[in-house]
Design a protein around this ligand. Structure first.
Ligand code: GLU
Length: 421
């Protein structure tokens, strides 16, 4: 399976958009570079008494529109280039939905599935201490990402607060509600996907009811997507996790799949379905395909076999530029990551605002504001797409439109602020 370096991929997307909008050279250089990159190597005491040195990163891509924002992932294949790409995508994502943040990302090279809760806590607290050079509620606000969760966010909040001597909930988002988290943060990414998908279908005179949906990944994004899309009337025909996938053209009982995943650790133990591979989920016949795992999933090797009409990128960077071109030729419509999965960081923004004001919202307010922002962002991207098509006299894809919209907003903030000194 071909895998593309994510940072090269993010830059390639950027330069394509920069060409399309005629961005000036100076800003091209500024916006295609990450502002700060911190690498840390730190020791953690393991349960057997041994000491192991781990490597972690925190990268801030851009701060023109506000403090840096972005999640932290734990995985054995994390690289600096991956974190750079994810930080750049966060900058565009925050700009697409119009929330006042720049982009950042963090990662630790580790295998969290083979670590005990105590080892994970030790790792998290030490990593937090190491990156406290950069983070803070006015500076850089981490959040959950692949293999991190509200408990990990609680440890980050507690560690940072211990150093300062008082509680600072606004240093991190995605916390449990008991310590300053927001209602609705857990399923926010998937709820955002749902809203933009409904808008895209409405533009085609269609509804979600009865649409066949396949979802790759059953973590925070994939699991809630299965639940919310099913509740909204879609038929979930396939899901997967790292151990494999399940497919039933008549539909899966999503609540049952969630139960099986919670009790056995994997969706493949669900009985009433055909077992398929983790990547095979991308190729089943369906109307809507939701890649909700990691980067580099739809590549030039398999793009030709995608049989969906619409791809909704709940994951960051699931489709390579070569695959983009193939899907485009097949007439498949992509709702790009920086739009489709922006619901997560949008509710993170609500959480940060609530923490700063110590005044907490109810679910109606959270979901109402999220819906408003996501639907508006969808139409902003589509309007930009229309303008670009008129301007260039050719078809433009939604990823390029979303990128142009975002880059324009960040570039404009940079021009207004000026280059210091
Ligand atoms: N990790 C999520 C993302 O990629 C959320 C980031 C955040 O809430 O800051 O969008």
């Amino acid at each position: 399976m071909t895998s593309v370096n994510p940072w090269e991929m993010a830059r390639q997307q950027f330069f394509q958009a920069a060409d399309l909008m005629g961005l000036e050279d100076g800003l091209r250089e500024v916006l295609s570079t990450c502002k700060r990159e911190l690498t840390v190597h730190f020791p953690v005491k393991m349960d057997d008494g041994s000491i192991h040195v781990f490597t972690g990163y925190r990268v801030q891509h851009n701060l023109a529109r506000g403090p840096a924002k972005g999640g932290i992932r734990y995985a054995s294949d994390v690289t600096l280039d991956e974190v750079r790409a994810l930080a750049m995508w966060m900058t565009w994502k925050c700009a697409v939905v119009g929330i006042p943040f720049g982009g950042a990302k963090g990662g630790v090279v580790c295998d969290p599935k083979h670590m005990s809760p105590r080892e994970l806590e030790n790792l998290t607290r030490r990593y937090t201490t190491e990156i406290s050079l950069l983070i803070g509620p006015e500076r850089d606000i981490p959040a959950p990402d692949v293999n991190t969760n509200p408990q990990v966010m609680a440890w980050i909040m507690d560690t940072y607060s211990m150093h300062q001597g008082y509680s600072i909930p606004g240093v991190v988002t995605g916390k449990p509600v008991e310590i300053g988290g927001s209602i609705g943060r857990n399923d926010a990414t998937s709820r955002g996907c749902l809203y933009v998908t409904q808008e895209a279908l409405a533009d085609r005179g269609e509804k979600l009811t009865g649409q066949r949906v396949a979802i790759q990944g059953f973590g925070n994004a994939g699991m809630y997507a299965a639940e919310l899309f099913a509740q909204a009337g879609a038929v979930i025909v396939a899901v997967s996790d790292s151990k494999g996938g399940i497919y039933n053209p008549r539909g899966l009982d999503v609540e049952r799949v969630i139960y099986v995943k919670a009790t056995t650790g994997t969706v493949v133990e669900y009985r009433d379905a055909e077992r398929i591979g983790h990547r095979d989920v991308l190729e089943v016949p369906c109307d809507i395909l939701i890649p909700a795992a990691v980067e580099n999933q739809i590549t030039k090797d398999n793009a030709d076999r995608v049989r969906a009409r619409i791809v909704v990128e709940a994951a960051n960077g699931p489709t390579t530029p070569e695959a983009d071109a193939i899907l485009w030729d097949k007439g498949i419509f992509i709702l790009p990551d920086v739009l489709a999965n922006a619901g997560g960081v949008t509710v993170s923004y609500f959480e940060w605002v609530q923490d700063l004001y110590s005044f907490f919202w109810d679910d109606r307010r959270v979901y109402g504001e999220l819906e408003h922002i996501m639907r508006r962002a969808y139409h902003d991207v589509m309007n930009k797409l229309g303008t670009l098509q008129k301007q260039h006299g050719r078809r433009v894809d939604p990823r390029q439109a979303a990128q142009v919209l975002a880059i324009e907003r960040v570039a404009q903030a940079t021009r207004i602020r000026g280059i210091y000194p």
